[in-house]
Design a binder for this molecule. Structure first.
Ligand code: BES
Ligand code: MG
Ligand code: ZN
Length: 501
């Protein structure tokens, strides 16, 4: 599968002030309540013969966050196109505001057919590095487009070629960091967007092996037989109806020195979820279920970024990859499976398959002797009902680890909300015949799913992320374009970078 990054924009930093910059398009950030121009902005307005103040007046531009006003300038102006983006209140400025602002600018400049763009944005607080990183990320991610499945790439000509970040001389390292993080996010987006007849378990395993070879990771790819030897009855129960054999992916990043920490990232890898014999009906969104490997895709995306960033942390990247299909060999509703930790599961609903595959993946991860496990999964529709499309659910047995993930997510501009691991609800998973059922009552469905997973982690600090909502966006917003978002690659990478510090 072709996985090229279609934006090959050259991002530069310079010490040029917007007042002196000459070129095609200039984008400026303005704070709310600061549209009376003074200082540098007044000088720029004078140089542009009042076009900036006119734009503000005509568009009734108030500098509100996410607002944007643009104009073309005729004559012999040193700047041909001007973009003003609102930053909201100065005291609320965060790197994440800058990320969204840069995304809005980049999208608009592209629509204006701009080739050379300069952006002038302020620093959030005193965090120069993360501010520059966020601006570059916003632009790269908003401009990423995916023409792999089009017979003709109609937009190939219409690309921003040079992006200059004004006033950020010497910040090349922040740009490199952004490019590495984005390469992982874009890989995850492209894997999620690829349909189930392209991103098969075999194809995902091949891509994982490719990433490993290219970036120097260890790769262990297990076929069904090897999984059987490890007793992975839960994973293999899900896989047994598919014509395409399953693959268990395990990549390892090892730093050159002694690792400061050893952790595992485990992603749900359902390349298609039909529901199995409890088949998804009309209106269930079955046609969107190619995205059910969003956790595995983000795991590989994180692997790609981390292998480039080289933190002092040993990281294991794990995904049990399969389809959930129907056939004469399919699991019957009511079948009892035995997972690799010996626990037995009555499958009262074959559509609750993700937790079955994760059960064996979590047992595998814990056996590696890691100090923390983070799993991520498009696990439940119930989580989407609870938190909507933009916010992932977070459950944890370990408050410190949960706090680390929340901090990493805040820096990434990716939203999570912590949900309770309410032990009493496990009663809903009690089975008269096996150790547990795989499905509880409708109420609290994302919580019982988390409680199910908890049965497969003995004592390692663990965080579970339900990302069923945010892996996909129905329309462009912030850094996300319509379609796959690459959520939560940036959270995972930030966490690994910080957790060894
Ligand atoms: N892959 C789905 C969850 C999902 C739903 C992801 C919507 C993205 C969007 C999962 O395997 C599933 O089918 N879950 C069931 C669980 C139920 C049978 C207990 C669900 O959420 O309905
Ligand atoms: Mg399902
Ligand atoms: Zn699923």
């Amino acid at each position: 599968m072709d996985r090229r990054i279609p934006t090959n924009m050259d991002i530069r930093v310079s010490k040029t002030s917007p007042v002196d910059w000459t070129g095609e398009a200039l984008a400026l950030g303005l704070f709310e309540g600061e549209t009376e121009l003074s200082g540098e902005l007044a000088d720029l307005d004078a140089r542009l013969q009042g076009v900036l103040s006119e734009l503000i007046a005509e568009e009734k531009f108030e500098g509100k966050a996410d607002s944007l006003a643009t104009t073309r300038i005729g004559g012999n102006s040193p700047v041909r196109k001007l973009l003003a983006v609102g930053l909201g209140k100065a005291e609320d400025l965060q790197p994440n505001t800058l990320r969204s602002a840069a995304a809005a600018i980049a999208r608009s400049a592209k629509a204006m057919k701009v080739k050379t763009l300069a952006i002038s944005l302020p620093v959030a607080g005193d965090d120069l590095f993360h501010s520059v990183q966020a601006i570059a990320e916003g632009a790269i991610l908003a401009l990423h487009r995916d023409a792999r499945f089009k017979s003709e790439d109609k937009e190939a000509e219409n690309q921003i070629e040079i992006l200059e970040l004004l006033g950020f001389e010497g910040q090349e390292a922040a740009i490199t960091r952004a490019e590495q993080l984005c390469s992982g996010t874009i890989l995850a987006r492209e894997l999620v967007a690829a349909p189930a007849n392209s991103a098969t378990p075999i194809a995902l395993a091949a891509i994982a092996a490719e990433i490993a070879a290219e970036y120097g990771l260890e790769a262990e790819i297990l076929d069904g037989e090897a999984c059987e030897k490890l007793g992975m009855g839960a994973f293999l129960g899900v896989a047994q109806a598919s014509e395409i054999p399953p693959r268990f992916i395990h990549l390892t990043y090892k730093p050159t020195g002694t690792p400061k920490r050893k952790v595992a990232i485990v992603g749900k890898g359902l390349t298609f979820d039909s529901g199995g014999l409890n088949i998804k009906g009309a209106g269930s969104g079955i046609e969107t279920m190619k995205m059910d490997m969003g956790g595995g895709a983000a795991t590989l995306g994180a692997a790609k970024a981390i292998a480039q960033l080289k933190p002092e942390v040993e990281v294991h990247f794990i995904s049990a990859v399969t389809e959930n299909m129907i056939s004469g060999r399919a699991m019957h509703p009511g079948d009892i499976l035995t997972a690799s930790n010996g626990k037995t599961i009555e499958v009262n609903n074959t559509d609750a398959e993700g937790r079955l595959t994760l059960a064996d993946a979590l047992v595998f991860a814990e056996k590696l002797g890691v100090e923390a496990i983070v799993d991520l999964a498009t696990l439940t529709g119930a989580c989407v009902v609870a938190l909507g499309d933009n916010i992932g659910g977070l459950w944890s047995t370990h408050e410190e680890l949960a706090a680390e993930i929340k901090a990493a997510a805040a820096l990434a501009g990716e939203k999570f909300w912590q949900m309770p691991l309410e032990e009493k609800y496990f009663e809903g998973l009690k089975s008269p015949i096996a150790d547990m059922k795989n499905t509880g009552p409708r109420a609290g469905g994302s919580i019982t799913a988390a409680l199910f997973l908890k049965q497969f982690v003995k004592e390692t600090p663990w965080v579970h992320l339900d990302i069923a909502g945010p892996v996909w966006a129905d329309r462009a917003s912030g850094v996300n374009n319509e379609g796959a978002t690459g959520f939560p690659v940036r959270t995972l990478v930030n966490w690994v970078l910080n957790c060894g510090a």
